[in-house]
Write a protein that binds this ligand. Structure first.
Ligand code: ADP
Ligand code: MG
Ligand code: ZN
Length: 474
C-alpha cells in the first residue's frame, strides 16, 4: 500500500432542547424568517447571555456515553469572525476548557472492532442562515443561538467505511440519549471532514477540510474524491496546502473555498459575560443515574430477556421510535417473540412500500396488540392476520369489526371442515390413492386444496387433523 488515508471528523449536533442556549427563544425548526428571535439572540447591545442548563446536561450525557473525562470547570470563549450570519461578530463557543475530553467511540466493521478517539466535545451556539435572492441577500436568525455540541475526533479513521460506521453509531447514540433528533435532511447533524494522506507509518500529511456534509452518501463520495485528488497532486510532485473545501454533490467535485484559518485568526478569548461553570460530582452522578438506555444495551437486553436473535434485536433498535413501539406492543400483547416478528417482518415491509421513515412511523399499538392476541389465541389464521395488519397500518381500521365484516374469524366448525375434506378427497382420487400407496409428499397438495376451500378463515390445525384422519380411515 503506497498511501494511507488519515481522517478526523468534527461533527456538529443540533440539540433538541426546547429553547436556545443563551436565551429563551424556541429552537423549533422552520417558522417565518426572524420569528424565533429576541434582542439577545439578535445581538442587540445591552443584552446578556444566560446559559441554558439543559444544554450542559445534554453535553454531560453524551460525554458519559462516549467515555469522556468531564471537566470540573468549563468555560466559554468568543470566536470572532465577521459574517452576517453572526450578529455579534463572534460566536460563543469553547476552546480552552471544553466540557468533555479524551473519550472514544467503538465502531465495528465486518466483525472487527476499533476505538475512535474523541478529542473533545464542546458547547456552542449555531449561526443564522443567509437566504440569497436574485438581487439581494436576506438574513434569517431563527437558527442563531440554537445549541450545538461539536464532537471532535482524533485523526483515527483510515477509510470512508470507518467514517460512516462512526457516524451511524454516533447518530444512534445521540438519538437514544434524547439529545438530538438527528434529522440529517434538516441539518441536525453536520460533519466537517479533515483528510490527509501519508506514507504508511509516516508523519501526518497536509490536510484539507470539507465542510458541512449532511448525507452519508455525499460524505463517502467526497472522501473518495479527496483521497484521489490529494494522491494525484502528490504523485505529480505537487504540494498540498491546508484549505477549506466545499463539496458539490451534483457535480461530484469539491472546490477550494479559502485557506484554512488557525485558532489565532479567530482571536479567541474567554467570554467576560459568562462565568466559568462548575460541574460538581453530585450533578454528574445524577446525570449518570438518569442516563437513558443506549441502543447496544437494548440489543443485549432484547436477546437476553426476550430470546430474540441478534439480527432481530438489531432491526428493532435501528431507531428509537421502532424500539419504543416494539416494547409497548410486546408488553400490551404479552407476546414479545410474535411482536418482534410482526415489526421486523410485516411492518418493515409496509414501511418500505409506503416510504415511511422510522422517525415518522406511527402505529396503533392497541389494535396491533389485539391482532397478536387473536392470531396467538388461534382465533384467526396467518393470512387473515397479515391482511388485517395491513388494513390497520394503511386504513387504521378497527381489527375486530374488520375481521367480522370480511368473515376472517377462523372456521373451527368440525362439520364445515369435514365437508371440505370430503369434497377435496372426492375431487382428487388419484392423489388420495398415491398418498395411501406411500407417497406422503402429496399431503401438502391436498392440504392446500382444503385450505383453499375453507378460504381465509380456515383453521389449518383442524384441517390438518381432519385430513390426516380421513386419509387413514377412508
Ligand atoms: P482546527 O483547530 O484547525 O480545527 P484541530 O486540531 O482542532 O484543527 O483538528 C480538527 C480535526 O482535524 C480533528 O478531528 C483532527 O483529528 C483532524 N486532523 C488534524 N490533523 C489532521 C491531519 N493531518 N489529517 C487528518 N485529520 C487531521
Ligand atoms: Mg476545529
Ligand atoms: Zn432569543
Amino acid at each position: 500500500m503506497k498511501w494511507e488515508t488519515v481522517i478526523g471528523l468534527e461533527v456538529h449536533a443540533e440539540l433538541s432542547t426546547k429553547s436556545k442556549i443563551f436565551c429563551s427563544c424556541t429552537t423549533a425548526y422552520g417558522g417565518g424568517p426572524n420569528t424565533h428571535v429576541c434582542p439577545g439572540c439578535a445581538g442587540m447591545p445591552g443584552t446578556l447571555p444566560k446559559l441554558n442548563r439543559s444544554v450542559v446536561e445534554y453535553a454531560l450525557r453524551l460525554g458519559i456515553a462516549l467515555n469522556c473525562t468531564i471537566s470540573k470547570q468549563c468555560k466559554f470563549d468568543r470566536k470572532h469572525y465577521f459574517y452576517p450570519d453572526l450578529p455579534n461578530a463572534y460566536q460563543i463557543s469553547q476552546l480552552y476548557a471544553p466540557v468533555c475530553r479524551d473519550g472514544y467511540l467503538e465502531i465495528e466493521i465486518n466483525g472487527l472492532k476499533k476505538k475512535i478517539g474523541i478529542r473533545q466535545i464542546h458547547m456552542e451556539e449555531d449561526a443564522g442562515k443567509l437566504v440569497h435572492g436574485a438581487q439581494s441577500s436576506f438574513m434569517d436568525y431563527n437558527r442563531g443561538g440554537v445549541p450545538l455540541l461539536e464532537i471532535v475526533s482524533q485523526p483515527d479513521f483510515r477509510s470512508a467505511a470507518e467514517v460512516i460506521a462512526y457516524l451511524e453509531k454516533l447518530r444512534e447514540t445521540l438519538l437514544y440519549l434524547d439529545v438530538c433528533d438527528c434529522k440529517m435532511q434538516e441539518g441536525s447533524i453536520r460533519a466537517d471532514i479533515n483528510l490527509s494522506v501519508r506514507r504508511p507509518g509516516g508523519e501526518l500529511g497536509v490536510r484539507t477540510e470539507t465542510k458541512n456534509m449532511n448525507s452519508f452518501k455525499a460524505i463517502t463520495r467526497a472522501i473518495e474524491y479527496e483521497i484521489d485528488r490529494q494522491i494525484e497532486i502528490l504523485e505529480d510532485g505537487g504540494q498540498l496546502f491546508q484549505e477549506t473545501r466545499r463539496w458539490d454533490d451534483e457535480k461530484g467535485v469539491s472546490s477550494g473555498m479559502r485557506s484554512k484559518e488557525n485558532a489565532q485568526d479567530y482571536r479567541y478569548f474567554p467570554d467576560p459575560d459568562l462565568l466559568p461553570l462548575d460541574i460538581d460530582d453530585a450533578w454528574l452522578a445524577r446525570v449518570k443515574e438518569n442516563l437513558p438506555e443506549l441502543a447496544y444495551q437494548k440489543r443485549e437486553r432484547y436477546m437476553r430477556n426476550y430470546r430474540l436473535s441478534e439480527d432481530e434485536a438489531a432491526v428493532l433498535t435501528v431507531h428509537k421510535n421502532i424500539s419504543n413501539y416494539f416494547e409497548t406492543i410486546a408488553e400490551q400483547s404479552g407476546q414479545p417473540a410474535e411482536t418482534a416478528h410482526l415489526i421486523t417482518g410485516e411492518i418493515m415491509r409496509l414501511m418500505n412500500n409506503t416510504n415511511i421513515l422510522p422517525e415518522d412511523l406511527s402505529l396503533d399499538t392497541g389494535k396491533l396488540s389485539t391482532l397478536i392476541g387473536l392470531v396467538c389465541g388461534g382465533k384467526i389464521n396467518r393470512s387473515a392476520y397479515k391482511e388485517t395488519v395491513e388494513a390497520v397500518f394503511t386504513g387504521n381500521v378497527d381489527p375486530e369489526s374488520y375481521i367480522a365484516e370480511k368473515g376472517l374469524m377462523m372456521v373451527s366448525d368440525g362439520g364445515a371442515v369435514m365437508e371440505a375434506v370430503n369434497a377435496v378427497m372426492a375431487e382428487n382420487q388419484d392423489s388420495v390413492a398415491d398418498y395411501r400407496a406411500g407417497k406422503e409428499k402429496v399431503f401438502g397438495f391436498l392440504m392446500g386444496q382444503v385450505m383453499k376451500k375453507l378460504g381465509k378463515a380456515g383453521n389449518p390445525d383442524l384441517a390438518k387433523k381432519t385430513l390426516e384422519n380421513a386419509l387413514k380411515t377412508g
